[in-house]
Design a protein. Structure first.
Length: 170
């Protein structure tokens, strides 16, 4: 799909995929900088409640659902804090699904021009697991039909604060 033109360039709608991690917080900070630099850009923040690919084969107990409801509220609160200066320009959605497929599907549904998500800083064991199982950021990079920006968790410490930090993406 070709980029749409707007008063802020090709970028009109960002999808921020957030899971409450430090990488997601860094991605939210980068996105907040983008929204501040470009007032015409809208944001949809998405939390995907992970479900097994074959839910019919699993039993989900009420305590697990209650914990997930708490997690959704924690992510919503984190985003509300990080995006406080962008009030009225963003919405939050919590959707159950397989994370990679759901993020890519929602990006298409809302006609996002860019998907932003954080990268987890993992140790050696997690790198081996990711090599075998894949990661959400890698999966979205390979499957999304729109540009994807993966923000490292230490981006603020490295001076990468979004477009207001000297980077013009438009």
């Amino acid at each position: 799909m070709p980029p749409r033109e707007s008063s802020s360039g090709w970028l009109t709608h960002i999808l921020l995929a957030a899971d409450g991690s430090s990488g997601a917080a860094a991605a939210a900070r980068w996105t907040a900088g983008c929204l501040q630099a470009y007032p015409g850009v809208r944001l949809t923040a998405l939390y995907v409640t992970p479900v097994p690919p074959f839910p019919a084969e699993t039993q989900v107990a009420d305590p697990i659902l209650a914990e997930e409801a708490k997690r959704i509220e924690q992510v919503r609160a984190m985003l509300a804090d990080l995006l406080a200066e962008c009030a009225g320009r963003w919405q939050f959605r919590a959707v159950p699904g397989v994370p990679v497929a759901t993020i890519c599907r929602i990006a298409e549904e809302i006609q996002a021009d860019l998907v932003v998500l954080g990268r987890h800083g993992h140790g050696a064991l997690q790198r081996v697991q990711r090599w075998f199982l894949g990661s959400v950021s890698s999966g979205v990079l390979h499957q999304a039909r729109v540009p994807v920006l993966v923000v490292p968790p230490d981006s603020a410490a490295r001076g990468l604060s979004g477009p207001t930090g000297g980077t013009d993406i438009l």
